[in-house]
Design a protein around this ligand. Structure first.
Ligand SMILES: Nc1ncnc2c1ncn2[C@@H]1O[C@H](COP(=O)(O)OP(=O)(O)OP(=O)(O)O)[C@@H](O)[C@H]1O
Length: 492
């Protein structure tokens, strides 16, 4: 078994540390992460940011709606929307829905973070566009994995509850049809490989009759080898007037290039991400010599201040398991999120933690990235975040501790330092975030080797990940965990 970038295996349960180096696992992670978010989310992510719109024809009027009634939906669909508990369109839906429902159909590329209502939007568009009297496929929706396709299928079923004439079929591995058969269902949802076979090899679908083509989770899609080409091959079989819709949670250059190949003459909608900031977070570090000392420091902190809920990040599954065991022995109610768990099991653990059934969540980064648990007031980096080469992983640091300071609330982040090397990493993280202020001064133009030159803008979605990172002058201060008075002070 070789370990490196070309290392491939079909199951992520083999390892934890290896996952950082394995391309297969990286793409599985992205899909699993996305599924996890869908399973644990039961409402919209709050966002106050504005929608940016780039129209194919800048002279055509831009409509946006504040209610579902304004969209003149079929009554059965409006009933479905309200039955799902949607009172009004989400921020992205306000602009995307009128575009998607317009006549003649308009192409759309839309980007906004997960949980902002993209799936519900394109499901509504598909259901609106099909003619139930025609018993053949009219909408194709491509998802990166079987599980994600099933999730979207569920939304179609819920929203189309009062419109039973419209039928849905899954083009997924294992769903075998008789040779020579023709599909009667109006909507086909599936993964790119099977969808392509059904159009091309088996001809269950006549691609020339497709009116709406949806490509969901483009960022996850391109992380999986082969999916990009298969999606493009499907797209090429569709008629010129077919409406092309593409959705993505992020918009790095690779996604953008792919999007442009799938969607000709697009309208573009972007919803700026809620900016994460370190300014409202107090950051400390604790000096220790061993894993046991780190644990002791943790106990001292728990002994001195009241912590409603905390997340503790470890580098490996092994450390996370060990720490969870030690904390339980000390009488803490601990939840452990671990890489070998099925996505559904992980979702259940997060749900329990969110409901306050456990007060401490011990996890590795791979499991917890992108998960929002608002009420967490303390984040502990039991191990500092590093990338596959052992360099500081600044972005992960921001994501981890950013969760404690959401929506202007003050949070606390404590970093455990157990060697010269980890002190060096922490110093570099601190330096990175203070340098940022200079990098983003308005007149400064910076170049990233992997992207293009542009005038940097904080929150800019089209350029590079760096621009997501806000500046801060915040120092990471030393905390002596043997001094109870000192610990008590940090909580005030
Ligand atoms: N207009 C709305 N009003 C209330 N809730 C909504 C509305 N639109 C969507 N939701 C709900 O918000 C949650 C997120 O929506 P949706 O899944 O469509 O977002 P998304 O951007 O596609 O995110 P993801 O890619 O993670 O699924 C879902 O629980 C969905 O039922």
């Amino acid at each position: 078994m070789s370990v490196g970038f070309d290392y491939t295996h079909s199951s992520c349960s083999v390892c934890c540390a290896l996952r950082l180096r394995c391309l297969v696992c990286l793409s599985e992670d992205k899909a699993a992460q996305s599924l996890l978010n869908k399973l644990i989310r039961n409402n919209l992510v709050n966002t106050t940011n504005q929608v940016e719109v780039l129209q194919k024809d800048p002279n055509s009027p831009l409509y946006s709606v504040k209610s579902f009634e304004e969209l003149r939906l079929k009554p059965q669909l409006l009933q479905g929307v309200y039955a799902m508990g949607f009172n009004r369109p989400s921020k992205i839906q306000e602009t995307a829905l009128p575009m998607m429902l317009a006549e003649p159909p308009q192409n759309l590329i839309a980007q906004s973070q997960s949980g902002t209502g993209k799936t519900a939007a394109f499901v509504l568009a598909m259901l609106s566009h099909v003619d139930p009297n025609n018993k053949y496929p009219q909408c194709l929706c491509v998802s990166p994995t079987y599980e994600l396709a099933l999730q979207t299928g569920k939304v179609i079923e819920q929203m189309g509850k009062y419109y039973p004439e419209v039928k849905l079929v899954y083009a997924i591995r294992g769903n075998k049809l008789e040779r020579g058969s023709k599909l009667q269902e109006q909507i086909v949802i599936g993964t790119p490989g099977t969808m392509l076979d059904w159009c091309n090899k088996f001809r269950f679908i006549d691609p020339k009759k497709i009116r709406v083509f949806v490509l969901d989770e483009a960022d996850v899609m391109i992380a999986t080898q082969g999916h990009q080409d298969q999606s493009i091959r499907i797209q090429r079989m569709l008629p010129k007037n077919c409406q092309m819709l593409l959705f993505s949670a992020t918009f790095e250059e690779s996604v953008w290039n792919f999007a442009q190949r799938i969607v000709p003459e697009p309208n573009i909608i972007k919803l700026k991400r809620e900016e994460e900031t370190l300014d409202t977070i107090k950051q400390y570090f604790v000096l220790c010599n061993s894993r046991e000392e780190k644990f002791q420091a943790l106990c001292n902190i728990y002994g001195a201040i009241t912590i409603a809920q905390a997340m503790i990040f470890c580098h490996t599954r092994k450390t996370a398991g060990w720490l969870a065991g030690e904390l339980s022995r000390e009488g803490h109610q601990v939840a452990l999120l671990s890489g070998e768990m099925q996505v559904e099991q992980r979702a259940a653990v997060i749900d329990r933690f969110r409901d306050g059934k456990e007060k401490v969540l011990v996890t590795t980064n791979v499991c917890a990235r992108g998960i929002d648990v608002e009420q967490v007031s303390v984040v502990i980096n039991f191990d500092l975040p590093v990338d596959k080469d052992g360099n500081p992983d600044n972005e992960t640091y921001l994501h981890r501790i950013g969760r404690t300071g959401r929506f202007g609330k003050r949070g606390l982040a404590i970093n455990m330092v157990d060697s010269k090397m980890s002190m060096n990493i922490l110093n570099r993280i601190q330096e990175h975030f203070s340098k940022f202020k200079q990098l983003h001064s308005p007149s400064y133009t910076h170049t990233h080797t992997h992207t293009h030159t542009h005038t940097p803008r904080i929150g800019c979605l089209n350029c590079c990940n760096l621009c997501f990172l806000p500046p801060t002058d915040k120092k990471i201060e030393r905390l002596d965990t043997d001094d109870l008075d000192e610990i008590e002070k940090i909580a005030n």
